[in-house]
Design a protein around this ligand. Sequence first.
Ligand SMILES: Cc1cc2nc3c(=O)[nH]c(=O)nc-3n(C[C@H](O)[C@H](O)[C@H](O)COP(=O)(O)OP(=O)(O)OC[C@H]3O[C@@H](n4cnc5c(N)ncnc54)[C@H](O)[C@@H]3O)c2cc1C
Length: 435
Amino acid sequence: MQAEKYGIVGGGIMGMTLALRLAQQGKKVTLFEAAPELGGLASSWKMNDVEWDKFYHVILLSDFGTRGILKEIGLEDKIEWVETKTGFYMNGKLYSMSDTIEFLKFPTLNLIDKFRLGLTILVASRIKNWKKLEKVPVTEWLKKWSGSNTFNKIWLPLLRAKLGESYTKTSAVFIWATIQRLYGARRSGLKKEMFGYVPGGYKVIINAFKQKLIDEGVEIKTSYVASEIKSAASGKAQISFTDGLFEEFDKVISTLPSGLSAKLCVGLSDTETQKLNNINYLGVICVAVLLDKPISNFYVTNITDSWVPFTGVIEMSALVDKKHFGNNNLVYLPKYVSPADPLFNYSDEEIKKFFITNFKKMYPWLTDDNLKFVGVARAKHVITVLTKDYSVNLPAITTSIPNVYIVNTSYILDGTLNVNETIRVAETKLKEITG
Ligand SMILES: Cc1cc2nc3c(=O)[nH]c(=O)nc-3n(C[C@H](O)[C@H](O)[C@H](O)COP(=O)(O)OP(=O)(O)OC[C@H]3O[C@@H](n4cnc5c(N)ncnc54)[C@H](O)[C@@H]3O)c2cc1C
């Protein structure tokens, strides 16, 4: 009997994982990617002579899905595990918030507020049934456990920074999932935060993953931009490409964001189209900076001052050995915004100016001479906003177009966006596709 033929659109981690697992089940898989290289959001770029991830990535001890794939592609034992520190930028000052003593010394909150903040984190880390939280607005839940002082001083600025104005429609699952991810890491190992990376970054991971796919017999077609997915006259599913070519498969899976998948798939019902278009995404504009000196010893610096235009400061070189960055320090300044945000219309030069001016205000001793590279990376559809009753309103991955499926990160119902959750969705949804 001939092997079932699968066509997968999108060569990010989702498409690559689906391709790997299907090929391991004996299916004949072709993976189509619009860009010249696989990797999507996990791909890399060049910053002067340094090649590293376009968007920052860390691996957590509890990322068993990611570590599983890394083991299969021969990289798990290459992970460098590092104890990292977390900072807080508040009222124009930087504070360390990496252990209980620092937490107790943290200004602005009184002891009762601190107790309630600690309690909120404890309660969230103990909750198992996240479905109930889908009905509760995140603002309501946080105010209930933390009180309005802590909410206004800490949570509200953090929610705004991470979600923009979408925080008003976000459910408590968002904060629960964020806290669970950090506690998951602490539970699986030492009490301290241990974050990991593979030397060479995701470039090394994507290259080894690609080689594994080739070894398993997956056909990889890059620079193939899908323009349509539909039912062919033969009853099979067909993918058409912008260059006029098309191919037929027994089954086709789109891993593109929901709205883009809705546009691509011809013949969806009105309800399916509506459900797919109703999924709210946030995009990201992320400025990467190479500096000749460190700015702190924090991997993440959370920001509560609303004049700072970015969500946080990620100092990659507080985690990754500087030798990987030509002895420079690598810092990312991400800002999460709605895909319709006017910032997406700004040129790279305008964004650089806007971000760097404020970056220098935060760290006033920095001069232009310290900046060895500044680059802008952007992606319009990155994180789905976990709105009220999110999981109830999602469409099924099996579409009404025969043999056409949509599987993407919008199916992360109880987690934050990361590679581990992406792999988890791919692996759990596979059964629904293969039957
Ligand atoms: C700023 C940022 C920070 C992050 N930090 C971390 C972290 O610390 N740890 C972690 O584990 N994860 C992190 N992630 C998340 C991780 O990058 C994602 O979970 C993962 O890359 C999602 O993969 P995906 O395949 O679902 O999506 P994508 O990577 O978006 O893949 C979709 C692919 O489809 C392709 N495509 C689009 N249109 C077409 C078309 N018409 N035809 C063919 N192909 C098409 C795209 O080019 C893309 O390659 C971060 C992400 C971002 C943006």
